[in-house]
Design a protein around this ligand. Structure first.
Ligand code: ZN
Ligand code: ZN
Length: 353
């Protein structure tokens, strides 16, 4: 329809909400598939029978299975940097800086953090069952799930003087302090592993990331906790997808309502034009001499003040001004008299008796 346009804000809101809804739905589908994979995965106890089961399985491997065992290092375990008595098989050290950064857009200081240093150490390890049968865990760094516990966390606050404050205002950065964190997967912890189980040619049992791209898990919690976490994650993404889709629908409804209103205005104008033409044809056409603008018999006095081409052929009511042609009246951006700014309630053609 002529004159109807979707404005930039509406287009941006609609595009953003539809795109975000699509992304959230994609992540939801992925989480949902993971929950379904977890539900289908068989559970095994780590013992001698597991090796026998795998040997008779085609390819000597199980694509996705759940095992639970106690963490035991293959060689020397890793020692904690801050608690010498704690030993583990996976260790992560993180140094993070917390600071305030001046945001020129919102004109305020906002919290910001950045990683200054990160170090990860690993040593080969097994998950051991009740009868000392061991499953070697491969690529533990590729695994999802919470499998390390924080054993050290300390915040070092920064103290500064007056000269530092001046420097901070000039640079737009105020350091708050540094946070040191050490996480470790302790020796002797019970760990749940979900991944591909395979027997090597030398008879060693291995747990590794599934070759079909399913999610690999190592978790300190039991299987039900792990499944519950993935389930709530899926619900969360689904809620977000629905919320963004609703926001997109609301924008669409808004645009639709605007279009409908625009259509109604057009219809009213069309009706008014037809009525005007009817009155015009019914009335005898004589030179114009009525209305406050009708003084003098100069030719220019009878010309529309807007287009300066057509003769003035309508009376704007209630003010009674005769100043423009009907085409220009319909093109007025606001329904107000161009002379006195009074609201126009009705328009009638000029005729005399
Ligand atoms: Zn005109
Ligand atoms: Zn007027």
């Amino acid at each position: 329809m002529d004159g109807f346009q979707v404005n930039l804000t509406e287009a941006v809101c609609l595009g953003a909400s539809l795109a975000l809804s699509g992304i959230c739905y994609y992540v939801y589908r992925k989480s949902r598939t993971t929950v379904e994979d977890l539900d289908k995965a068989p559970h095994f106890t780590i013992d001698r029978r597991l090796k026998d089961i795998l040997k008779v399985t085609p390819g000597a491997s199980l694509q996705y299975a759940v095992v639970e065992g106690v963490v035991k290092p293959e060689g020397e375990p890793l020692k904690s940097d801050f608690h010498k008595e704690i030993s583990g098989v996976l260790q992560k050290f993180l140094l993070r800086e917390h600071r305030l950064v001046w945001n020129g857009f919102s004109r305020r200081w906002t919290d910001d953090e950045r990683v200054l240093h990160e170090r990860v150490n690993t040593t080969p390890f097994f998950l051991v069952g009740s009868d000392e049968t061991a499953v070697r865990v491969l690529c533990p760094l590729q695994a999802s799930g919470r499998h390390m516990e924080v054993i050290y966390e300390r915040f070092h606050q920064v103290n500064y003087g007056l000269s530092d404050l001046v420097g901070q205002y000039l640079s737009g950065q105020k350091p708050k302090g540094q946070l040191e964190i050490e996480e470790i997967l302790k020796v002797g912890t019970t760990l749940t592993g979900v991944g591909e189980l395979i027997v090597d040619t030398d008879g060693t049992l291995n747990l590794r990331p599934p070759s079909d791209g399913s999610e690999y898990f190592l978790s300190l919690g039991d299987f039900d906790t792990l499944r519950g976490e993935k389930e709530s994650e899926a619900v969360c993404w689904k809620t977000l997808a629905v919320a963004f889709a609703l926001a997109g629908t609301a924008v669409l409804v808004w645009v639709g309502l605007r279009y409908y209103r625009c259509l109604q205005v057009r219809r009213e104008l069309e009706k008014e034009r037809r009525e005007f033409e009817r009155l015009q044809t019914e009335a005898p056409r004589l030179p114009v001499t009525v209305g406050p603008e009708a003084e003098g018999d100069n030719h220019m006095d009878n010309i529309c003040v807007i287009c300066l081409t057509q003769p003035r052929n309508c009376i704007l009511l209630d003010c009674g001004h005769v100043c423009c042609c009907y085409t220009c009246y319909q093109a007025l951006p606001q329904c107000r008299c161009p002379i006195c700014r009074q609201r126009i309630n009705r328009v009638v053609p000029i005729y005399h008796t």
